[in-house]
Design a protein. Structure first.
Lengths: 201, 201
């Protein structure tokens, strides 16, 4: 099964994506010493998905979900992170990321290029249960991370509970287990007064 | 299916493992600005496993492999990282990690505690094809990372090509595809003179 031309290509791609470790997000790691990067976010998201999927009211394919999660933000290596509340950045996010996807994934052998591009599009389109679960977990991890880091990102960016609840609506409503997880964290954020203004809608 | 006592427990564990992002390894990220941490190493390993498993001469269960990889180093949150060439640290590594596993995994509901502890033991014992593949990928990612970062870790720790080849023997021999991947990287390390001494055994 070994095609000697494939391995150098795959290793080159695995080196390119090392840069994922230097794409920083607005969120902080729990101890607040620095921002969280995409590699850490992705690993943590995979752990959220793995440890919560058995709590869902529906059956999802965890293998497929993990594939979507592990690769969902790779385009940011070329397109950069677009923060959740960056309205201007979101105007051309889709276009920038599509433009990043081609040169990035084309570094792989053609069959793998098609496969990984397919996973990324599936995540983006959010039509399958696994893509919808991955989306919900993306938001849950980001929200939980901001609770773990005492709401610092919310203070720095003027994010209120009301704004956060609106942003997380589809993720909160994905499944009763996620609704409960979000509510536990919103309750903690309220109890600890982590919001920049006390507008707990 | 929702048991309201489970979610707080799982979220607490997901917060504990945020500390994974501050367990630093001897290896550097590619641009050498800082050491790589366990969360980044684990995400990158998962990508190596995902993108190389179809190149293997044997069939392995990638879902199970990803579960082993995502959780294989979590005990280091309490036990710390034991560098590859730390002979003293390796004397009690097994004992320290076993002592770390219980209080860490016991933070989860009992069924999940048993499951995740089982994955960790399976990885440690290395008897299944998935555990053996995960082990080989652990070493391949670490080795590749040191090539990507221009051999800096080898220089700082006096690691020669000979010592590295001995350390990576079982990973190199796991499968012809991994043999080729390692040889491509050893060739590059030699061509770029990345070793502290020119002892390319």
């Amino acid at each position: 099964m070994i095609d000697i031309t494939r391995l150098p290509t795959i290793l080159h791609f695995l080196e390119t994506i090392d840069q994922f470790k230097t794409i920083y997000r607005l969120s902080y790691i729990g101890e607040q010493s620095r921002h969280e990067n995409d590699a850490e976010h992705t690993w943590h998201m995979a752990m959220f998905a793995l440890l919560l999927h058995q709590e869902l009211s529906i059956e999802i394919d965890i293998e497929h979900t993990l594939k979507l999660i592990l690769t969902h933000d790779l385009v940011e290596i070329y397109a950069g992170d677009t923060p959740a509340y960056d309205a201007v950045g979101h105007l051309d996010k889709e276009k920038r990321e599509e433009q990043a996807a081609q040169p990035l994934f084309a570094q792989l052998p053609e069959d793998m290029h098609i496969q990984i591009y397919g996973w990324w599009r599936e995540f983006e389109e959010g039509r399958t249960p696994e893509a919808r679960y991955a989306h919900a977990v993306d938001k849950l991890q980001a929200f939980a991370q901001n609770v773990f880091a005492q709401g610092r990102t919310w203070h720095e960016n003027g994010v209120t509970a009301e704004k956060s609840r609106a942003y997380n609506r589809s993720a909160r409503e994905f499944d009763p287990a996620l609704t409960q997880a979000f509510e536990l964290l919103y309750q903690r954020a309220a109890d600890k007064q982590l919001w920049p203004e006390q507008r707990q809608s």
